[in-house]
Structure formats: structure tokens, C-alpha cells
Design a binder for this molecule. Sequence first.
Ligand code: GFB
Length: 311
Amino acid sequence: METNSRIFVAGHRGLVGSAICRSLRRQGFDNLISRELDELDLRDPAATRRFFAAEQPEFVVLAAAKVGGILANATFPADFIFDNLAIETSVIDAAAREGVRKLLFLGSSCIYPRLAPQPIREESLLTGPLEPTNEWYAIAKIAGIKLAQAYRAQHGLNAISLMPTNLYGPGDNFDPQSSHVLPALIRKMHDAVRAGAGEVVVWGSGTPRREFLHVDDLADAAVFLMLHYDSGEIVNVGTGVDLTIRELAETIARAAGFTGKLAFDASKPDGTPRKLLDVSRLTALGWKPKVALVDGIAETWRWYLANIAHE
Ligand code: GFB
């Protein structure tokens, strides 16, 4: 990939796509192509094919996806499986047909079996049943990995796939119903502090363990792999460190100055008990994350105050 290469970032408005655009620009890649949602529906194979034929991108980052937290996954299963399958098939097929030099596909750590040995190695894929709260999304992402591998085998498309752990950072979705836990708790703590409330409700038991990676680290890893990795084998991207949801809530409470009580709502699902990635494949390639969780939370908190809280 050269600094003047034509790079299509699909999903450039999202948490991941916007961070990858920032990282590419920071590293001198400024010939970026993007389309707004109302200009190009990537679920539409014919429209996607026309776009690729006209724009002739040389490199593609496939960061467009239907995403959400544990409740959104359970509430909109059809959207999560259909939208993601449709985006993946139309983009990967168009990329192969139009001679794209390399494509990066973004999966998710929820592709692994619910009870995979921890930390989870890439070899755990398809070795056991999935976590039911996000199996629709997981099945679509597994299909994306297999599409990338099949197009590599049959059509020679240089498609690589990375599996990020739970992501967070500026530009995230802070909607309390559809968001992931970290932005949801930032918002809940902020609202509680502002209202002088003595209690914040945390979903589930607080005992599940999760690993959180700042989206700027993920973006740097994505650009690193675009530059230095050419295999069809999937690569985990994470920090190698996890914590309980209770510990996460306490960390966010300290950042927000919330001194009240945490109440655990057992009527909400816990999801998978633990989801920690083994990141040795990526570390062996020479990459490691930079942002510590407390610093990332503080930065995301400031971003939330400046951009969302006043709305
Ligand atoms: O981030 P999250 O929605 O998704 O939830 P997953 C993580 C944990 O935090 C669960 C708890 O145990 C939730 O019950 N939690 C506590 C909360 N309070 C809240 C809250 O206010 N909002 C939310 N959302 N959770 C997702 C998948 O799983 O992981 C996606 O559903 C994706 O498909 C993503 O793969 C990375 O970590 O459980």
C-alpha cells in the first residue's frame, strides 16, 4: 500500500471506520474514498458493483456493519444477520471482480464458542456452540471470514481478517438501549451525577469479564496488518487483559466522579461469562496496543461531555 493508493473505507462514519480513516491520514495515506449511507447502500450488490467499477479502489477496509450491544443483538436478530451478510457478500464479491489489491475484513471476538478456553486462540473458531445473545451477528461475521478465505482460494483476492475484542472510544454509540456496556455506563454515570442520583443500574450480575481495546489502537493494528500481513489466517486484536463488568463500572464511576451505589439488574442478560483474546499471533508480528484503559475511559468521557452530553 503506497501513500497515494486509492483506499475505500466502507463504514467511514462508524466508530471503527472513522478511527481507521484518522489512522490512515496520520500515516500519510490521504487518497481515501468513502460514501455516505444515502449515496450507496452496501447491502445492494448491483449498486456496490457499479461503485467499485467506477471508483476502482486498490485497497478496501470493510468496516461497515450493523453493530450494537447485548440488547440490540437480541432485539433485532434479523437485521444483525441480514445486513451483515449482505454487506459482506456484496463488498467482497465486488472487490474480487474489480481487481482490488487487498481487502481487510473486520470480524469480532463473539465469533468464538461461548465456552472457548481462555485466552481465546484463533484456532478456537468453529469448535463449539456460540453465545446465544449474539449468535446472529456471530454467524454473519463467521460467514465474512469464510467468504474472505474462499475468495482468496478461488479468485486470489488478498483478503485478511482481524478479530477485534470489545471496542470503545470517541465516536461510539451512547444510546442506553442499543450501545455496548462502556459507553452505556459513561452515559448512565453522567446522567446520575447531573441529576444527583444515588444509584446507577448496571445490567446483569456484574461478574462477566470483558476485554476493552481503544478504537485508535484497533485502527493502528488494522493499518499495520494492511502493510505487513498477507495471510488468510484470522488475527485476534486485543490487549490481553480483562476485568469484570463491576470493575469496569467502578472505574467509570471514578472517572465521572460518581460516588453513589451500583445496582445490578438481574433481569438483563450477562452474555458470555468471559471473552479474553489470546493476542500472541499479533504480538509475534510486532504490534502491541498503546492506550491504557483508564486513560482511554478518561478521553472517551471528555469526548462524550464535549460532543453528546450537551445535545
Ligand atoms: O457490551 P455488551 O452489550 O456486549 O455487554 P457483549 C457486556 C456486558 O456488560 C454484559 C453488561 O454482561 C451486559 O449485561 N452491562 C451492564 C451492560 N450494564 C450494561 C449497559 O448499560 N449496557 C450494555 N450494553 N451492557 C457484544 C455482542 O457482546 O460484544 C456484540 O453483543 C459484539 O455482538 C460485542 O460482538 C463486541 O460483550 O456481551
